[in-house]
Each structure stands twice: as C-alpha cells, then as structure tokens.
Design a protein around this ligand. Structure first.
Ligand code: CA
Length: 441
C-alpha cells in the first residue's frame, strides 16, 4: 500500500501547545510520536504519552478527559491504560490512523478540547522514560551496502562483499534483554580477543568499542506462525520507527563472528530513543526506492510497484560525541557524521517480508534493526570502524582530544529528522548512551 497523506500532514496546522509551532522542534503537531514516561524521580507507574513541542500529552489523563470516546472499546482501553505500547501496536492500522486524527484535532489551535487537555501535559524536561514496548524478539539487519563493503574490506580484505549480500537481506537474531531506552549507561564488556599476530586469544576489556547508527523498526500486529507477510502488506505490520545505537566491540566481533555471526560483541547493550515515530507521520518523507541496474534485481517476493514508487524513507541521521572532558568543561557534543536512511540497500517492507517468508512469526513489539546506515561518502559512515579506517586514522576533536574508538566516559548521541519543502519538519528526538569503565577482572 502506498503511504497516504491526509489533513494530519498539513504543514499549516498549528497547535495550542505553543512550543510545537517553532518550526525547528522535533515534535510539531504533524509528528505525534508515542512513548512511555512518568514524572522524573517519581514512583508513579509508567504510562503512554505523545510528544507535542516541549510537552508530553498524558494519554491516560486524556482518556479521562473524554477525547477518545469515539474510539473506546475493551481492546483500545486496555492498550491506552498499559505501561507499554504493545497493546496499541497490536490494534489494526485503521485504529492507529483514527487515534492520530483524534490527537491532531484535539491539539490544534482552537480545539474545543484545549481546556480539558491543558492539565494533561507534562514538560519533557520533567519526565523520565522507559522502553516504549516490551521487546519480545530483536533482529538486526545489515542493509547499508556502503557499510557492508567498508567493514567487509577491514575483516576480509580479499573478499569484502559476500555473494549473498545483493540477493538476501542479511540479518541475525540479536538479544532483546539488553536493549534499554536513551540514557543507558553500561560497562565496557569483557571478553576474548585475538591480538594481531598472537597465537592464542586473551581475555580482558574490549579495546575497540564502537557504535552503530541504525533505525529501529517496531512491528505492530504480527503474523501467525507458518504464515508470511506479502510485500504489499508489509507496512501494515509496522507501527513505527525509532533511533537505535547498536553498540559493538569490534575486537571481540572479529574473533568470534565466524561461522555463526555476532554474539557477545553485540549483546551487552543496545540503546533506543524513547519516541516511536509512526509510519503515518513519515508519509510525506517517502522516496522512490531503486536498485542499481548493474545489480541483481530483487526476487519477486521482495519486489513491488509501491516499493519502487515510495519504498524509501528520507530521514537524516546524525551521530555526535561528547567526551567526559567536554561534559566537565560544559562543551556541547561534536558531530561525527551525518547520513540518510534513504541510502539503505533494502527497504523496511523488504525486511518484514523477508523475515516472515519462511513462516517465522513476528509479534507486536518485536524490534528490527536496520543495520548501520552509512552513506556513499566517507563522512557519512555510521560507525567509528569506518570513520577511522579500522582504527588507523584518528579523529581530531575540536578540544584537542583524539579518538579512534570509544573511550570510557564517552557519550554517543544520535539524532534523526525528516524535512521537505511543503511539509513540516519532524524529528525523532535523540538516543544517548554512555560507556563506563569495565568491571574489575
Ligand atoms: Ca548492527
């Protein structure tokens, strides 16, 4: 199905929440992403919210105020009163669209609900977040040809891109238990590595710590075991997208990844943004998807006209670093790279369809990682491994510090946004995480 535009995308819409109308907020009225929050430092239960400007609309309070009366039934009420988005993700896409329309109308300038909803807001500065969904399963893909080629060159100089890459969306089953929301702090992992030229591995803290800038894809309603999701239905099963940092220990990865793929190099921490931006909200920023005519074209089950017409997402993706020294001196984070999700070799719909083509069942709240989103230019690389050419070319920071990989105390911040002439600018907020020193041996 092609993405549809409707009144909720109108760039002229303004909200009675004035901070939504600045033109450069991530959360104008045209966005309306979902998250799970509570008042910072409180013992209140976590609850569903929608970001609007610098505020959060509390959906539980909004329900009490009566704005969802036309939508209410048992499943909807259970979904809204939950402490995760899984219930909402599991409702039909038509309900997602109705809820978006209801929220859009209630938050508009002049809405009759303004008086009732004004007391249902909490400033984002006063909020803390938890994971937006209970993530049952996590699969990480490898959809950037530029990343796969650059990393392949470092790991296998004679054979960078394996012959299956251009036929199969490559992925592996990751670990859901260590995924946390933005603000995650975690210790440098311990593990086995094989030093260059050594004949036996050593055990100790990983030395080549890296990030991977990815898009996270939250599955909405899933599919029954044994059934596949056809390419033209795939986006009906996607609730929305978030930012994902897939932290990676490159020296552990190089030693362990053959023959079964990444394991302990990847499963000690992964961090996602608190806000899930719906596919509805992203409809204006879709682009044609194409495949180089010199490359193999997708097999028929991964091919469709809608994909060619609008299968890609034009989302800018930025990575920033703030070292401990920068924080102590009050300096802002420094940009390391800027890329775009539209460079992806495979689309969101192809990932969903390929994942289920053998009958594997996806469930509401499952998370798919896009894989590191590196663009064609060197400065568009989505990991330090690529930016420093395997650790050989240090990055000189503005304050005189240098980095080849992540140092203890470093904070990595990722941001994402979409903008287009004639449409509002919308954003994902940010995902940040901080590396702590390894635990004692
Ligand atoms: Ca990854």
């Amino acid at each position: 199905m092609k993405p549809q535009l409707n009144e909720t995308h109108d760039a002229a819409l303004r909200s009675w929440v004035s901070s939504a109308n600045t033109g450069n907020t991530d959360f104008p009225l045209q966005n309306l992403p979902y998250g799970v929050f509570r008042r910072r430092g409180s013992e209140q239960p976590f609850r569903l919210g929608v970001a609007i400007g610098e505020q959060i609309l509390d959906l539980v309070a909004a329900r009490v105020a009566g704005i969802f009366s036309a939508l209410e039934n048992q499943a909807f009420d259970r979904a809204i009163l939950s402490d995760s988005l899984n219930g909402l993700m599991n409702l039909p896409p038509a309900v997602w669209s109705s809820l978006r329309l209801t929220l859009s109308r209630a938050l508009r300038d002049g809405a009759t609900q303004q008086a009732a909803l004004a007391s249902c807001l909490l400033a984002q500065l006063d909020a803390e977040y938890t994971l937006p969904a209970q993530i049952g399963d996590y699969t990480d893909f490898y959809t950037s040809l530029h990343h796969a080629t650059a990393v392949g060159k470092l790991f296998r100089p004679d054979n960078p891109l394996l012959p299956n890459y251009k036929w199969v969306p490559i992925g592996y089953h990751g670990r859901a238990s260590s995924i946390a929301v933005s603000g995650q702090e975690f210790r440098r992992p311990l593990g086995q590595t094989m030093p260059p030229g050594a004949s036996a591995p050593v055990f100790g803290p990983a030395k080549r710590m890296d990030y991977e800038m990815e898009i996270g894809i939250f599955i909405g309603n899933g599919n029954a075991l044994g059934e596949a999701i056809a390419i033209n239905d795939a986006e009906q099963h996607v609730f929305g997208l978030c930012l994902l940092n897939d932290w990676s220990a490159r020296d552990m990865q190089a030693w362990e990844y053959q023959p079964l793929g990444p394991f302990l190099a990847k499963n000690f921490a992964s961090t996602i943004s608190p806000w899930v931006v719906t596919l509805d909200a992203l409809a204006p920023y879709r682009k044609a998807w194409s495949r180089d005519t010199a490359d193999p074209q997708p097999l028929p089950y991964l091919e469709s006209n809608d994909l060619r017409d609008s299968g890609a997402f034009d989302i800018e993706l930025e990575v920033l670093l703030q070292t401990e020294k920068m924080r102590s001196e009050g300096m802002p984070p420094q940009r390391l790279s800027l890329s775009n999700f539209s460079h992806s070799y495979w689309t969101v719909a192809q990932l969903v369809t390929h994942h289920t083509v053998n009958g594997c069942n996806l469930r509401a709240g499952d998370l798919l990682g896009s894989g590191t989103q590196s663009g064609p230019l060197p400065e568009e690389a989505g990991s330090l491994l690529e930016l420093t050419e395997g650790g050989k070319k240090p990055i000189n920071l503005a304050n005189g510090e240098q980095r080849v990989f992540i140092a203890d105390g470093d904070r990595i911040i990722m941001r994402g946004w979409a903008q287009k002439a004639g449409s509002a600018r919308i954003g994902f907020g940010e995902v940040s995480g901080t590396l702590l020193p390894a635990r004692a041996l």
